[in-house]
Write a protein that binds this ligand. Structure first.
Ligand SMILES: [Fe+2]
Length: 96
């Protein structure tokens, strides 16, 4: 069991990681639309990296607390990202 203050701070960090992922995702979209696929791809890689950071903190927190309380915005972000990735895969399949 860890101190509640530490748990809250890690929760905040998870949100910051996912927020960063969202920023990279929006930049990817902008660059792709403006004919810069190489830069867009770099943003996609950063997006995935930030997701990885968020999930790493989440796994760590899950292992040290009895019951994990995630705030609603975090859960919505995770669901949104999974949906977005799924939609992008569907879009890519349409172009094959
Ligand atoms: Fe990060």
């Amino acid at each position: 069991m860890i101190n509640q203050r530490v748990q809250d701070a890690i929760n905040e960090q998870i949100n910051a990681e996912l927020y960063s992922a969202y920023l990279y995702l929006s930049m990817e979209s902008y660059l792709e639309k403006n004919g810069l696929p190489g830069f867009a791809n770099w943003m996609r890689i950063q997006f995935q990296e930030e997701q990885f950071h968020g999930l790493k903190f989440l796994t760590m927190l899950t292992n040290v607390v009895d019951r994990l309380h995630l705030n609603q915005s975090l859960v919505l972000k995770l669901l949104g990202m999974v949906s977005l990735q799924y939609l992008k895969k569907l879009q890519n399949m349409k172009h094959m």
